[in-house]
Design a protein around this ligand. Structure first.
Ligand SMILES: [Zn+2]
Ligand SMILES: [Zn+2]
Length: 111
């Protein structure tokens, strides 16, 4: 059976290689397409995460959300506007600067 091409290791290797190469090329194209598609889906999420991170470090999150006029009317001028912590205020987490947190603490104690 030495003349049988199907039993020739070199020929089998060549066939296998061609099949593998074809599969690899097909896989590569699918991955490329899937990656492009995935990036299309991922990009808004990544951008949203970056926006959230930017807001957390430099944006709105750092602004004091304290309703000074009602939360601590006696200490309205203490607010320095730079939130250092969040505090549960009613239904929402509110960003507070340190002076406001202290002022609110006193306000709640005195009530
Ligand atoms: Zn305040
Ligand atoms: Zn404040």
């Amino acid at each position: 059976m030495a003349g049988n091409a199907d039993n020739n290791p070199a020929r089998q290797f060549t066939v296998a290689w061609q099949a593998a190469a074809a599969a690899l090329e097909e896989w590569r194209q699918q991955v490329a397409a899937a990656t492009t598609e995935a990036l299309g889906k991922l990009d808004p999420a990544v951008r949203a995460a970056m926006e959230a991170g930017r807001a957390a470090f430099t944006g709105d999150w750092r602004a004091c959300r304290c309703p000074c006029g009602t939360a601590h009317p006696d200490d309205r001028g203490v607010c320095d506007g730079r939130a250092v912590l969040t505090r549960r205020l009613g239904e929402a987490d509110v960003s507070l600067c340190a002076p406001c947190a202290v002022a609110q603490g006193f306000a709640e104690f005195s009530r």
